[in-house]
Design a protein around this ligand. Structure first.
Ligand code: GLC
Ligand code: GLC
Length: 827
């Protein structure tokens, strides 16, 4: 069942009922000021840091789920409603929400009054602009009132939600004409304030929550709106809000347009106040308001935003036989990748904005999804991440975006972390041809006195694995590898211990983690990422070093086949007792997804058919109609030696949930192995545009990936197997976005940047006749046509560039050439 439709021409998802199966959100802002906005206008805004500069308040895990946001209330002769339906929930005569690229338009209609609100954050602007267009579509004159509403957060979202003994006494506001200012703590230690303005006169205002809503009322029935009259309240402590009140009369057919602005201002210390030393200096706020105080200026801002997205999305566009693929590749997957660039894992409807910083592994993987759109910022991001690495190649698992320093509370020793840096740097060079990045001086642990060229960081990353091998010559698993919930040195029996940071004292003498537990996933990630390091060394003429590194990769492949090949698939790990994990010999958790794709893509055991055997086992054991589960059978009891994974009921999260991030690795691997049909099957099981049809089951947004989908075992332990099978969770901020972008564009469609130029080597469904793609790459436009006359999945039989036959499948790069016309024929 669907709750809307894609409007591809406008790059919008159009939601046609406010009762979506979960709040369906969008992000506004691309630089400093960000807003989350749901299809009923719930959500919140912050400046740069969702915890430390929270501008408006939002209550997570609320009842009902999505309460609090920026709301407009209409009182039309006693009929009270919101254009976005919630929170009043009066039935509307018409409702529509259009989530677009960096903007959201919500339209509601009731009793001949149509109210359309467009929300966006302009480029280079620290505020959310809201244009409200009210139209009388009836044949009689209408008089009604409009109330705006926003609730201020007292800046630090964490403190705001628990330090009530203080916070109930600090709230401060100013009102100046039609502008309400929020200035809590501005008198003392803060140099920033927020404001909410409207470009017209008002008939009253409220700034105190209890006066506006009433202590025993809710967002759904604020007293002031019921009374059809603002109280001109002035917050003094308690909960400061901002609400404008305006009486409006419209003749039949007449419209009125108002522009509201929710802005954020920082002031230099010596200019904070007016001459009286008390009143806030509003010069900057007034300039901001001036910038968007007419519909014409509003339109110009929207046009500029569209230009920004035209440019970003113009770098890659495809035309395939499947509309759903086109809308994922050309619009929504690329959009989601940019959102992960901006937000990392900080603020969504599942991430509270007060938790995690930037993850070392997460951020490196995100780069793979957006490097083609914003190579310069990708470079900056890579250097920020690499700067938190230790001299021995280990890494802080997380760093703080504001300070860019490693997070000592979480620490390091996550065994996979260093390898993702090799992948992100390689992706950057392949995209740009900018080998200079390797010469950038990058500190260790943010200490410039021990900086070395980035190339050395790659070296210590590579050898960090080689220098930390276990009894089978496989990488030590340490606290966790990519799977945060496989914690083989933890043996935790006390509630509340963090599986990621707690290591059992029995390993203290060994340096904090077992020297027996080994990760096959990291072994395979090593053989997959390592060849990039070798290619870089060869390019630099460092042949001896390249040969040495290659020998380590070859040895690792041998070790995998000797000790980690289970006959039909690859093992997952050896635990701290030296027992196999992810083997047929195990009672539960016999096969895991994570090592398989990387092993296939590095040709481990290919000569004995390991690739196709493994793909067959995956299809049989892990595949479902909603995607590939992480492991099978699910764990039904707590295995203390495995850590967090078996704490989840089967079918959820890392315990046999469909963890979409690693589905992409199998999609890539199947495509790599020439199984284009299998690759596309898995792609279409999870790609949002395909799940749109089952939105009632999937629940989260049909235009973006979520981290997890309930697996086939969900509900089994309560005797309701399949209960939440297919149900999505944790949408938006996930490495799934980047990896599925890679899977569809580079592996299935096969348009793959390589060190030497653009490679075109598709692995598509055999029914396809071909497809077309346009790619901006290293300053040139590539017009690509792929033909598939014999209906194969993979295999380039000829490539023509500008009419001339070329060997292989890399388009030869000619310095200065601006356009390439490429025809690839499969057969
Ligand atoms: C989450 C984390 C990611 C981890 C994954 C699997 O998505 O952000 O770092 O790899 O879970 O545990
Ligand atoms: C939990 C989650 C995992 C996440 C980790 C880090 O272990 O299950 O997905 O990556 O926390 O916060």
């Amino acid at each position: 069942m669907k709750f809307g439709f894609f409007d591809d021409a406008n790059r919008e998802y159009v939601i046609t009922t406010p009762r979506t199966p979960y709040p369906w959100i969008n992000y506004l802002g691309t630089q400093g000021f960000f807003s989350l906005i749901s299809n009923t206008a719930g959500g919140y805004s912050f400046y740069k840091d969702a915890r430390l500069r929270r501008i408006t308040r939002y209550r997570y895990n609320n009842v009902p789920i999505d309460m609090g946001g920026r709301y407009f209330y209409i009182n039309d002769n006693g009929t009270i409603w919101n254009p976005g339906w919630s929170p009043v929930k009066t039935e509307l005569d018409a409702y529509e929400c259009r989530h677009g690229m960096g903007y959201t338009k919500i339209t509601g209609k009731k009793n001949d009054l149509k109210v359309n609100v467009t929300f966006f954050v302009p480029q280079d602007y620290d505020g959310e602009v809201q244009q409200v267009v009210l139209t009388n579509e009836g044949s009689a004159e209408k008089s009604f009132s409009l109330f705006s509403f926003a609730e201020w957060c007292l800046w630090d979202a964490q403190d705001d939600s628990n330090n009530f003994q203080r916070n109930f006494s600090t709230g401060r506001v100013e009102v100046d004409g039609s502008v309400i200012y929020h200035k809590t703590e501005y008198r003392d230690r803060r140099n920033h304030y927020a404001f909410y303005s409207v470009n017209d006169t008002i008939d009253g205002y409220d700034t105190d929550r209890d006066s506006f809503i009433g202590l025993y009322n809710g967002f759904n029935n604020p007293e002031a709106v019921l009374a059809n009259k603002a109280t001109n309240s002035f917050a003094d402590g308690w909960a400061p809000i901002a609400s404008h009140f305006k009486k409006i009369t419209l003749k039949p057919g007449e419209s009125k347009t108002l522009v509201f602005i929710l802005g954020y201002v920082e002031m230099p210390q010596d200019q904070k106040f007016e001459a009286d030393g008390k009143t806030i200096n509003k010069v900057k706020a007034k300039a901001m308001i001036e910038k968007y105080n007419t519909p014409e200026k509003f339109e110009a801002g929207m046009k500029e935003l569209k230009g920004y997205w035209d440019k970003l999305l113009g770098i890659l566009s495809v035309s395939t036989p499947d509309d759903k693929v086109d809308r994922m590749v050309n619009i929504w997957n690329q959009y989601q990748c940019m959102v992960t660039f901006n937000l990392s894992r900080s603020a969504s409807y599942f991430e509270s904005g007060i938790g995690r910083g930037m993850g070392f592994r997460d951020s490196n993987q995100d780069v793979l999804g957006f490097v083609h759109q914003i190579p310069d910022r990708a470079k900056e991001r890579i250097i920020d991440i690499a700067s938190t690495q230790f001299p021995d190649g280990g890494c802080y698992h997380q760093y703080q975006p504001l300070t860019k320093k490693g997070n000592a509370d979480i620490g390091g020793d996550f065994s996979d972390d260093p390898l993702w840096l090799i992948l992100s740097v390689s992706a950057y060079i392949k995209e740009t041809g900018d080998w200079g990045i390797l010469d950038e001086m990058v500190p260790y642990d943010n200490d410039m006195s021990v900086a070395e060229p980035l190339l050395e960081h790659l070296k210590v990353s590579f050898y960090h694995i080689v220098n930390n091998l276990g009894p089978h010559g496989l990488p030590l698993a340490m606290r966790a590898d990519w799977n945060d919930c496989i914690n083989l040195s933890c043996f935790s029996d006390t509630p509340g211990e963090s599986f990621q940071t707690y290591t059992n004292p029995k390993f203290a003498a060994e340096g904090g983690y077992s020297k027996v537990a080994e990760s096959v996933m990291v072994a395979a990630l090593f053989t997959y990422s390592g060849p990039n390091y070798v290619a870089i060394l060869k390019h630099l003429g460092k042949d001896d070093e390249a040969a040495k590194a290659q020998a380590e990769i070859d040895k690792m492949k041998k070790n995998i086949m000797e000790s980690a090949w289970d006959g039909d698939w690859f093992l997952r790990a050896y635990d701290a007792n030296g027992e196999k994990m992810g083997s047929k010999e195990c009672e539960e958790g016999q096969i895991f997804i994570e090592p398989q794709g990387f092993a296939i893509m590095s040709d481990v055991g290919k000569e004995q058919g390991a690739d196709l055997k493994t793909l067959a086992a995956i299809d049989e054991r892990l595949n479902t109609k909603y995607g590939l589960v992480l492991n099978n059978p699910a764990f039904t009891k707590y295995y203390i030696q495995y850590g967090e994974i078996s704490t989840y009921p089967g079918g959820y999260k890392e315990n046999a949930g469909i963890f979409t991030h690693n589905n992409a690795w199998i999609i890539c691997a199947a495509a790599y192995a020439g199984q284009g049909d299998q690759a596309f099957k898995y792609y279409s099981e999870i790609a949002p545009a395909f799940t749109e049809e089952t939105s009632d089951i999937h629940k989260t947004e049909p235009y973006v990936y979520g981290q997890m989908i309930g697996g086939k075992d969900a509900g089994a332990d309560i005797g309701q197997t399949g209960k939440n099978f297919g149900q999505g969770k944790n949408s938006w901020l996930t490495g799934t976005a980047a990896w599925n972008m890679v899977a569809i564009s580079q592996y299935i469609l096969g348009v793959q940047p390589d060190f030497d130029g653009l490679a075109i080597n598709p692995s598509i469904p055999h029914e396809w006749d071909g497809f077309k793609a346009t790619r901006q790459f290293r300053g040139a436009t590539y017009n690509i046509t792929v033909k598939n006359p014999n209906h194969v999945c993979k295999g380039v039989v000829s490539m023509e560039v500008d009419g001339k036959a070329v060997d292989g499948c890399i388009v030869p790069y000619v310095d200065g050439q601006k356009e390439y016309n490429v025809v690839v024929t499969l057969g």
